[in-house]
Design a protein around this ligand. Structure first.
Ligand code: GUN
Length: 288
């Protein structure tokens, strides 16, 4: 029974990538173009290097072109902005992603806002944040978009559900709340200054945890039958070994939840699948 409770994000993402690859193949044969994604990495952050490598591999596996730009950690903002300008003008490049975090001499928001909003496959540009907030057609941040697909797959119509989003980052919490509002959920955004977090969570039909605090959400905070989406990826030491855990205490949440994403294998695999989806959408819009 608990097998069915556990949302298999890895399998869902694989299916999605299969559909994207089929659409890419059709675009190539019928429309004569290949979508392209440019990924920019500045510096040597080990986690970022792994993400960028995985993004490149999965982009190529889907049949799209992958353009990787690796810049030195000492790169100036001016140099990076020149590269962005070049990618904005390149018709082969339909999507641009600048891996975060950036070195401290670079203003990340200035760089993001220099990307053509219609190539901003991260959905972080202020224009895309505005489009999401006002119901316009833009590009949506990949992780919250992936969470939304998992939720709709489990619950169908989300209208009237009470969703509690824990975390208010520009990358996950805020766009997640907007997406849920667009689905007619009643949305609460909780954060580090929230007075009684367990009481807020107890009201939720849907809990999205995106705070980066290992195993913070406990099972006895949950309403019976809540759906739990755990965005956290935290590396902890347990029994002398490194282990990945989410923001939810999986063992205590599992019996109370009607469905829950595991870490790893839940939300994580959805992010790159949604990146490929956004690149495909951007490419189709650019080709009219
Ligand atoms: N660093 C961590 N997550 C992300 C993401 O979703 N996009 C980018 N560009 N950088 C990240």
């Amino acid at each position: 029974m608990s097998e069915q409770k556990i949302i298999d994000g890895k399998a869902f993402a694989e299916k999605l990538r299969g559909k994207i690859a089929a659409q890419v193949a059709t675009l190539k044969s019928k429309n004569g173009f290949t979508p392209g994604l440019a990924v920019v990495l500045v510096g040597e952050d080990p986690a970022s290097k792994v993400y960028v490598r995985n993004k490149g591999e999965q982009t190529k596996a889907s049949g799209m072109n992958s353009f990787e730009h690796k810049l030195d950690a000492s790169t100036s903002q001016e140099t990076l902005l020149k590269l962005i300008d070049q990618l904005n003008r390149d018709p082969q490049v339909n999507g641009i992603l600048v891996q975060l975090p950036l070195p401290k001499q670079i203003d990340a928001q200035a760089v993001i806002n220099a990307i053509d909003p219609d190539k901003d496959v991260d959905g972080f540009h202020v224009v895309n944040a505005g489009r999401l907030a006002t119901g316009g057609q833009g590009l949506v941040p990949c992780t919250p978009y992936g969470c939304l697909l998992l939720l709709k797959d489990r619950l169908g119509d989300l209208a009237g559900k009470h969703a509690v989003v824990i975390g208010r980052s520009n990358i996950v919490g805020k766009p997640m709340a907007q997406l849920l509002l667009n689905e007619s959920c009643t949305v609460t955004i909780a954060h580090s200054k929230t007075k009684d977090l367990p009481a807020e969570v107890r009201r939720a039909d849907i809990v999205i945890a995106a705070v980066g605090r290992p195993e913070m959400v406990k099972g006895d905070w949950l309403k019976d039958g809540a759906v739990v989406i755990d965005v956290g990826i935290n590396r902890i030491e347990k029994d002398g070994k490194g282990k990945l855990v989410g923001d939810c205490d999986f063992q205590s949440c599992l019996p109370k939840a009607s469905a829950i994403t595991p870490v790893p294998g839940g939300v994580g695999p959805m992010t790159i699948a949604m990146l490929l989806h956004s690149t495909l959408v951007a490419a189709c819009r650019q080709h009219g």
